[in-house]
Design a protein around this ligand. Structure first.
Ligand code: CA
Length: 625
């Protein structure tokens, strides 16, 4: 198809304000009839104060000029499919039904021009913390803004994140979504938010006043600013792969059927498992995604993107996005779910699946190999993995430790899901054991290991995260795991009440040992470049697996890997209920992690001399010389 001559965000819609008049433009099909713009006094209810017919001006562009000063007014487009604010509204009224005319510059908090992105050299240096606004703050006793963007500006929140040591928060959907009714926020409502309505506007439910369009925008920026000040990057969860539904979507209401894929028999395809799937390969959908990402970076200073069901998008689109992002700042990190939730109406070889990641340099995918090797398969919560002593998990665990790259000591024929090393670089693999989907780690351990006691639970939890944080991929953790969070066994808590999803901050005192271990484990990674080499050749050169008893995984990061101050680092992971003996190269080693304790001070937990070490049950041993 022909595109408008210069494709920018304005190609989709533009609201060009002056005190005398406002000009509206809209991207809509040539064959449309009777396209109108309506002006309202309020963001919801009430009759239009003006209705103006739009005229076709160029290929698929429609325009109308409305006289008078419209600052603070609301608008909708209407081409007979139902009113909507357009696909690229930048400000909206309550529940995102109408666009709003505001002064965007006036939404900038004080000092916004001086806001800057915290420095990270390599994605391997990131420690990603996946957080839902409501989970994180709703039950914090001293929170002034429980469940809101502003909670992340509060000292208690910043202190917790900083003392944990993470340097990136990945916020669950924070664009305007549909499943929480913003007109009744006094009633507790909960949703993860994977049901996008307005892609380029923050969610009203997380603002202190969803009726005033500028409030959510300013509060979102204040959140970013506070996190940046604390040295923490902000990663946005973006869900371009589907919309809440087709009929009510802004895409459908401005350009029917253009933005969605259909199957050969003409039905809407459902690769998202949510009833529809967008068509990233359509030139204007691709452009939409590129412009949207650019907009979040430029307007909101966003530092990274997590693509929901990235496997629904095509490779060309993801590479095009990587390129526009590189032009702004190559350190902005992009990763996604390298799978879809159903069959997509596009050939698999064109899709941004995990297996095709090597064709997408600079883009990472989650490793279900490592996750499931550790805790058990996605499909069955009652099955365990290596943590609970399941057989044949070791090669998958090793595959995760090297960062899903080719490594001479990983036998791919024995890896659970992939028979190929799908990552070209270890920074293309997200290393994790749990995320918002599925059970959190504590619940999974309880569900999959019958009769597990509290002591064993703690040991295995810490052991799992030690595997994650010493692996060469990009480490990622679910918010609250450091407090041994439980969701009371609920597997898919996307709309469960706060009582299931909220972090219980009493656990800070209850599980001090766990919290301290998480902090020190993260610090260990940050202090030692050997754990984050960031390059496949360096991993192959410096990381070697050592001979170990069955089910024990031991590896050495040798010869000052990554110019580490430590010459050799040995990590031994023991899932068994018995202590294990391991042969190591003869030497005098300092112990930094043993039996659920980490000591980062120079003398560590003591020294070991010789060529034999003993690793305690269900724990990690880390030593160095
Ligand atoms: Ca909303």
């Amino acid at each position: 198809m022909l595109l408008p001559a210069k494709v920018t965000a304005q190609a989709f819609q533009e609201v060009s304000y002056s005190p005398e008049k406002t000009q509206f433009t809209l991207f809509a099909p040539n064959e449309a009839k009777n396209v109108k713009v309506r002006i309202y006094k309020e963001g919801i209810d009430g009759k239009a104060i003006k209705t103006v017919k739009m005229l076709r001006t160029a290929n698929k562009q429609w325009t109308a000029t409305v006289k008078g000063d419209l600052m603070g007014r609301f608008y909708t487009f209407d081409m007979g499919k139902g009113e909507c604010p357009g696909v690229f509204a930048k400000a909206v009224g309550v529940n995102g039904k109408r666009g709003a005319i505001i002064d965007m510059k006036a939404t900038d908090p004080q000092g916004w021009d001086g806001d800057h992105r915290p420095v990270t050299k390599s994605p391997a240096d990131l420690i990603v913390y996946e957080l839902h606004h409501r989970d994180f703050s709703v039950a914090r006793p001293e929170a002034q803004y429980p469940g809101k963007f502003l909670a992340l500006t509060e000292p208690w929140a910043i202190n917790h994140l900083k003392s944990l040591g993470i340097n990136a928060v990945h916020i669950l959907p924070s664009y305007d979504y549909g499943s929480v009714d913003e007109t009744r926020l006094d009633t507790p409502q909960y949703n993860w938010g994977y049901d996008p309505v307005n892609y380029n506007v923050p969610e009203g439910g997380y603002s202190t006043d969803p009726y005033r369009p500028e409030v959510r925008i300013r509060e979102f920026k204040r959140m970013v600013q506070a996190l940046h000040k604390a040295g923490i990057r902000v990663i946005l969860d973006v869900v371009y792969n589907h919309t809440y539904d087709i009929e009510h979507s802004n895409f459908q209401r401005t350009y029917p059927d253009y933005y969605y894929r259909k199957t050969a028999d003409g039905a809407y395809s459902n690769g998202s498992g949510c009833g529809n799937e967008t068509a990233s390969e359509q030139p204007m959908m691709r452009q939409f995604m590129m412009e949207s990402v650019k907009y979040w970076i430029n307007e909101y200073h966003i530092d990274g993107f997590r693509f929901d069901l990235m496997g629904c998008h095509d490779i060309e689109t993801m590479n095009a996005i990587r390129k526009v992002v590189d032009n702004i700042d190559p350190t902005i990190f992009i990763y996604g779910e390298g799978w879809s939730a159903g069959a997509c109406a596009l050939p698999t070889e064109q899709l941004a699946m995990k297996a095709n990641i090597q064709q997408m340099p600079g883009i990472a995918a989650f490793s279900d190999e490592l996750r499931d090797a550790l805790r058990g398969p996605f499909s069955d919560d009652t099955k365990t993995g290596w943590l609970g002593g399941a057989p044949d998990c070791v090669e998958s665990l090793k595959f995760g430790i090297v960062g899903a790259i080719a490594h001479p000591q990983v036998d791919l024929s024995k890896v659970n899901y992939s028979k190929d090393p799908w990552a070209a670089e270890p920074t293309q693999m997200m290393s994790y054991v749990s995320c918002h989907d599925d059970m959190c780690l504590v619940d999974r351990l309880r569900a999959s290991i019958p009769g597990i006691g509290d002591d064993e639970l703690l040991r295995l939890d810490l052991l799992a995260q030690t595997a994650v944080f010493t692996s060469q991929g990009v480490p990622f953790m679910l918010s609250g795991e450091e407090l041994l969070r439980t969701k009371k066994g609920v597997h898919n808590s996307f709309e469960s009440p706060d009582s299931i999803n909220q972090l219980d901050w009493q656990n800070e005192a209850r599980y001090q040992k766990a919290l301290n271990y998480y902090r020190k484990l993260i610090q260990l990674r940050k202090d030692h470049p050997a754990f984050r080499l960031g390059n496949a050749d360096l991993v192959r050169k410096h990381l070697e697996f050592l001979d170990a008893p069955a089910d024990v995984v031991a590896f050495r990061l040798k010869n000052y890997a990554g110019r580490d101050e430590w010459r050799n680092i040995i990590v031994v992971l023991n899932n068994g209920r018995q202590p294990q003996n391991i042969c190591v190269p003869e030497g005098c080693y300092t112990v930094v992690c043993d039996n659920g304790n980490i000591e980062l001070k120079e003398q560590g937990l003591g020294t070991i001399t010789g060529k034999n070490v003993v690793v305690s049950p269900q724990s990690a041993l880390i030593i160095h010389d």
